[in-house]
Design a protein around this ligand. Structure first.
Ligand code: F6R
Length: 608
């Protein structure tokens, strides 16, 4: 949801900003812009299109300066045009603003500012900010920003520069992520750490209400009353090569292939074979608290919601606790019915998804403790949760989530095991599950070796307009996830359904033009799923199946079988998901789609 970056220091800001912007492009990619303090005042370049096009523009119309701000946009208010691209300027070009978030009272403010003579040039909500800053009194840029923000209702991570205070960047945060980077004789501001990782590992996460003032020689943070706020400087654990493509053609493929390693990282140091349990120090739950949980509510969106559905099966099986899995965007507007013993778990790769964050806050307001299952260290959900589990899957850059999904399942499995061992799961059963988890990475390598077969299948799928994904039990969520992956990056309409539910409606769609993918590993519902395959076959449907090595031959029913190795049935989604991720990837490539930047999407959905 828009990426912002700012730089002030001893170097030429322009290449730093453009490189950072390219790294943030997964957050939005419909337009881009940059504003810099040059020798001859403030100058801006912007356009509708990608960061690469902005790069070319700056090549044709060069720009240099030691401080500036830049933005890559995911349009909310106003079409993705050059005019609507950030940075936005006030009436006299004295201030430039980049913004991530939504100004909810923009219409009212726009009308009032219009009456005072301000001339608006864009359809964006952001433009009101820069006119408010122009209108505000104050003897410094930060004083103006504070005064302007008094009128604003909404969310923002923003950075502002002024022609009158060369070298200074003022940053404000309310509800949209922003962090500062601390270098030597240089400071950065960015929506996320990937934009600045190549320059510094020292970051300061801002809190809501913070105003940061950066100059080439120092930074400080104040609140709205100008009181100095002290914030820790954290060390980034990510490596630069984790955000580089390396030899891969796309981040999505890189991240799919990384999964044996990322799952290993999620497991690292957490499995305790002797006790048949998982060590999860970050949970901050005492054994008594684990024993007292009566209900778990998982809140999440998209792929993370699918991981939550898998987690539900695992937690219920191991810990005997009823689990509901809620769409965060719906949950936050439900009436919250406080139930003693409820524990809420927010699952989020980015840790910044606005719906999930608000659902978590609503749960807390209803009296529930909240845990986060989060990938991005220092993200808002991670910081607001009472405890949680980090995925340690490394940065996920591809917009379609892949490695986070398998790590989320593994993290929820660790959680289920941990709870289970406090609630009567036997040592032997715990140890068996520990072995199952520890054995996953090499099995994932085998699942990845299906790629050539998946590529052959992709040729057929690339021609399709619709596809159906069917699964049951713990693999029904994998069917949902397979369908989501296909639709979001190849624009083929795909639906996931519980295999047996198909005959209650979707079976009407089945004909020779509708490819049907069954997720059917060997488990207690396997024979039932084979019956569902027969129902599809009888209607001329073309079936492919992800199934387990050693299962009987399905060739009488199925055109193509993708065989994953056997594992504990509760953990099978970690393996069955892999060929479906690869399928979506190869279909997208064959159809010539932009795999890592699918249309209309953005990686981190920080608006409602
Ligand atoms: C799909 C995808 C999205 C995210 C969803 C939640 O490939 O990436 O559906 O899963 O937007 O994002 P996080 O996990 O960051 O909360």
């Amino acid at each position: 949801m828009c990426g912002i970056i700012g730089y002030t220091g001893v170097r030429d800001a322009v290449p730093v900003l453009l490189r950072g912007l390219a790294r943030l492009e997964y957050r939005g990619y419909d337009s881009a812009g940059i504003a810099v303090h040059t020798d001859r005042g403030m100058a801006t370049r912007k356009l509708a299109g990608r960061v690469a096009a902005l790069h070319d523009l700056v090549g044709r119309l060069p720009l240099h300066g030691m401080s500036g701000i830049a933005h890559t946009r995911w349009a909310t208010h106003g079409a993705p045009t050059e005019r609507n691209a950030h940075p936005h300027a006030d009436c006299h070009g004295r201030f430039a603003v980049v913004h991530n978030g939504i100004i909810e009272n923009a219409d009212v403010l726009r009308a009032a500012l219009g009456r005072s003579g301000h001339v608006f040039r864009t359809e964006t909500d952001t433009e009101v900010l820069v006119h408010l800053i122009e209108e505000a009194g104050g003897d410094s840029l930060e004083a103006r920003v504070i005064a302007a923000l008094e009128h604003v209702v909404g969310t923002y991570g923003l950075a502002v520069i002024s022609a009158d205070e060369v070298g200074k960047i003022v940053v404000a945060r309310q509800g949209s992520p922003v962090l500062l980077g601390v270098g030597e004789d240089e400071y950065f501001v960015a929506s996320d750490a990937s934009a600045i990782l190549e320059h510094t590992r020292s970051v300061v996460y801002l809190d809501d209400g913070d105003i940061a003032v950066l100059t080439p020689t120092e930074y400080h943070i104040i609140d709205r009353d100008s009181h100095v706020q002290l914030r820790a400087v954290d060390d980034l654990a990510w490596d630069l090569d984790e955000i580089e493509l390396g030899d891969y053609r796309h981040f999505m493929l890189k991240e799919i292939c990384e999964q044996p390693e990322t799952v290993r990282s999620t497991l690292r140091g957490r499995l305790v074979f002797e006790d048949g349990t998982a060590r999860l120090d970050g949970l901050n739950l005492t054994p008594e608290a684990c024993a007292a949980v009566r209900r778990i509510v998982i809140v999440a969106c998209g792929t993370s919601w699918h991981a939550g559905l898998v987690g539900r099966h695992i937690i219920e099986a191991l810990a005997g606790i009823p689990v509901t899995v809620e769409y965060a965007s719906e949950y936050r507007y439900h009436r919250q019915i406080p139930l003693p013993g409820t524990l809420t778990v927010a699952v989020s790769q980015s840790g910044e998804t606005a719906d999930t964050l608000e659902a978590m806050r609503a749960a807390r307001a209803a009296g529930s403790p909240v845990l986060g299952v989060v990938n991005v260290v220092g993200s808002t959900i991670a910081r607001e949760a009472d405890g949680g589990i980090y995925l340690h899957a490394g940065p996920e850059v591809g917009v379609a989530s892949t490695k986070a999904f398998t790590s989320q399942i593994v993290a929820l499995a660790l959680f289920g095991l941990h709870l289970g061992r406090h609630r009567g799961l036997s040592l032997e059963a715990g140890q068996e599950f520990v072995c199952g988890l520890a054995g996953l990475p090499p099995l994932m390598v085998q699942a990845l070796a299906l790629e050539p077969e998946v590529q052959r299948l992709a040729v057929r799928y690339a021609e399709a307009s619709n596809a159906l994904y069917l699964g049951r039990g713990v693999n029904f969520p994998v069917a949902l996830e397979g369908a989501l992956k296909l639709k979001e990056i190849s624009y083929i309409h795909a639906e996931g359904y519980p295999a047996a539910e198909m005959k209650h409606g979707p079976i009407a769609l089945i004909d020779e033009n509708m490819p049907v993918m069954f997720v059917a590993p060997r488990d207690q519902v396997y024979d039932k799923v084979v019956s569902n395959m027969q129902e599809v076959r009888a209607r001329g449907g073309r079936i492919a199946a992800v199934t387990t090595e050693g299962n009987g031959d399905l060739s009488a029913l199925v055109d193509q079988q993708l065989r994953i190795p056997a594992t504990a049935h509760l953990l099978s989604p970690v393996l069955t998901a892999i060929p479906l991720q690869l399928l979506a990837y190869h279909v997208s490539v064959l159809r010539g789609c932009d795999v890592d930047r699918p249309r209309n999407l953005a990686k981190s959905v920080t608006v409602e």
